[in-house]
Design a protein around this ligand. Structure first.
Ligand SMILES: C[S@@+](CC[C@H](N)C(=O)[O-])C[C@H]1O[C@@H](n2cnc3c(N)ncnc32)[C@H](O)[C@@H]1O
Length: 278
């Protein structure tokens, strides 16, 4: 049965946890229902990310870690917005895979005819056949769609095993610590906490790193979009109730120079980048 997840303060985690209780109100399942999630992603009017400045910033972070000439697996590629950028890396070949026919059709339309990209229907919770020699595997907000940690672990292990020696697992995924930190800030500014969507389970940073290091991978980079989240989900909504992702303010907030200047990286970042090397 669906349950309400809630987050409360923990004295041992003062940096990332709120000092006041932060109840997340969206009703979330604790048992993964793959059919329901697939139905959601098969709806033609759903977009993988409505905030296009955020999406572009995510892709820019990921892009920096894919070397020229890489054979790339874009796992849960969705509409192919990232795939489209990764296939422009010199010498790269990209396989975009997703379980939703609707997403793959949108990706095919976006990508047009390209010699170095293939799209394939794959359900990571079913049986599938993929290569075992990728130089880079990207999961951009895909794994959070598996709402049980044991399923996330299973797919993480499988992805890790499909890398060449020295290959990179590049995750741009939801972080529960990032959610808590940002919600703490929001509560202090008089705003409601932001919930995690019903079909998502965000990662515990520590559990994620422990799981992948136990599979023999090493954490090579850790980053985030803290400045963007603080500015667009903290400061702006505290001052302006009319929120639209494509405002001039949000465009300025996505400037990487601003991110460098503020230096927040993964702090306050609901979505974080982790790069693991096999
Ligand atoms: C939030 S979207 C992200 C899409 C894309 N990576 C992006 O960042 O724009 C999540 C994607 O994961 C896909 N997905 C969810 N569960 C999946 C599964 N079990 N197997 C394959 N793809 C899955 C969905 O169809 C959807 O396209």
């Amino acid at each position: 049965m669906p349950q309400t997840r809630s987050t409360t303060a923990s004295s041992s985690d003062r940096l990332s946890a709120p000092a006041v209780p932060v109840t997340v109100s969206e009703v979330q399942p604790t048992v993964h229902n793959n059919k329901e999630v697939l139905e959601y992603w098969n709806r033609a009017n759903v977009e993988s990310m409505y905030d296009k400045h955020l999406l572009k910033s995510e892709i820019d972070l990921i892009r920096r870690h894919i070397p020229d000439g890489a054979k790339v697996l874009d796992a849960g590629c969705g509409e192919g917005e990232g795939t489209c950028v990764y296939c422009q890396i010199p010498g790269a070949t990209v396989q975009g895979v997703d379980f939703s026919g609707t997403r793959l059709a949108k990706a095919a339309e976006r990508l047009g005819k390209r010699d170095n990209v293939t799209l394939k229907k794959v359900d990571f919770l079913g049986c599938y056949d993929l290569d075992r020699d990728y130089n880079a595997i990207v999961s951009q907000r895909f794994l959070i769609n598996l709402v049980e940690w044991r399923l996330q672990q299973k797919v993480l292990s499988d992805l890790a095993s499909r890398l060449t020696k020295g290959g990179k697992l590049i995750l741009l995924e939801g972080s529960q610590q990032g959610v808590d930190e940002l919600n703490h800030l929001r509560v202090l500014l008089g705003l409601e906490p932001l919930p995690v969507k019903w079909h998502n389970l965000f990662f515990s940073d520590q559990a994620l790193v422990e799981h992948l290091t136990s599979q023999g991978l090493a954490l090579e980079a850790h980053d985030g979009l803290g400045a963007f989240f603080v500015l667009t989900r903290g400061i702006r909504p505290a001052l302006d109730s009319s929120l639209n992702w494509d405002s001039p303010f949000n465009l300025k907030a996505a400037n990487p120079e601003l991110a460098d200047l503020l230096g927040l990286g993964p702090r306050f970042s609901r979505l974080k980048l982790w790069v693991f090397r096999r």
